[in-house]
Design a protein around this ligand. Structure first.
Ligand SMILES: CC(C)(COP(=O)(O)OP(=O)(O)OC[C@H]1O[C@@H](n2cnc3c(N)ncnc32)[C@H](O)[C@@H]1OP(=O)(O)O)[C@@H](O)C(=O)NCCC(=O)NCCS
Length: 185
């Protein structure tokens, strides 16, 4: 297990006015016991599009998947993410951070871990879909070098929202935190 410290700048007003608020989280492989908590986070974050516990459990066991959680020193899971590597490219399957812990750098740590894992696996690219109105996620992906490659019309149902398909080409040297150690699932 690798201990990765989130170090993004604090979100204004989240620390009682005394200074920085940074999350101190550890990344580890997602386990079957984590499914109820992650499913609860999914419901909070994605509402009608949330994955059910059964879908999450199926994903954990599916071929080529790699799922991680971010947990606090108190053991509370506050973020999660997963990818699917098909032998050529990897696909970000999901990523989410507890609303109370957003803006603390945890999403950045999670996406960096997925990118680092993709490099370790030899993926040529990382792909993802994101709703075109999801400004926070799109900003996060842009900050990691993802570029839009296409639009999938009405990809998200029942919201009837278009998805932006984004790609990060992995033909540059690794600068992500995740590759400084080995993450074990
Ligand atoms: C997207 C998400 C995972 C980001 O997690 P987070 O922990 O809040 O993000 P971080 O604090 O690590 O921020 C990293 C970067 O993301 C971007 N970002 C995060 N929140 C943002 C916001 N509200 N507005 C604009 N940009 C934002 C910024 O580029 C930020 O870098 P900066 O702090 O240097 O400006 C989180 O907002 C979330 O869980 N959203 C709901 C679920 C979701 O939409 N998942 C993505 C599905 S494709």
């Amino acid at each position: 297990m690798t201990d990765l410290r989130a170090s993004a700048p604090p979100a204004d007003g989240m620390d009682g006015g005394s200074g920085a608020r940074q999350a101190d989280v550890t990344l580890r492989g997602m386990q079957p016991d984590d499914v109820p908590r992650v499913a609860a986070l999914e419901r909070d974050l994605f509402r009608v599009s949330a994955w059910t516990p059964a879908m999450l459990a199926e994903e954990l066991n599916a071929w080529g998947r790699w799922y991680i959680v971010a947990q606090t020193a108190q053991g509370l899971v506050v973020g999660y993410a997963g990818l699917w590597f098909d032998g050529d490219v990897s696909q970000v399957m999901t990523i989410g951070v507890d609303q109370s812990f957003q803006g603390c750098g945890i999403g950045a740590v999670l996406i960096d871990a997925l990118i680092g894992r993709s490099r370790q696996l030899g993926a040529q690219s990382v792909f993802l879909e994101v709703a075109v109105n999801n400004d926070a996620a799109i900003s996060l992906y842009h900050s990691r070098g993802f570029q839009q490659v296409s639009i999938r019309k009405r990809y998200y149902q029942p919201e009837n929202l278009d998805a932006s398909v984004m790609r990060l080409a992995l033909d540059t040297p690794d600068t992500t935190a995740a590759n400084s150690g080995t993450l074990k699932t």
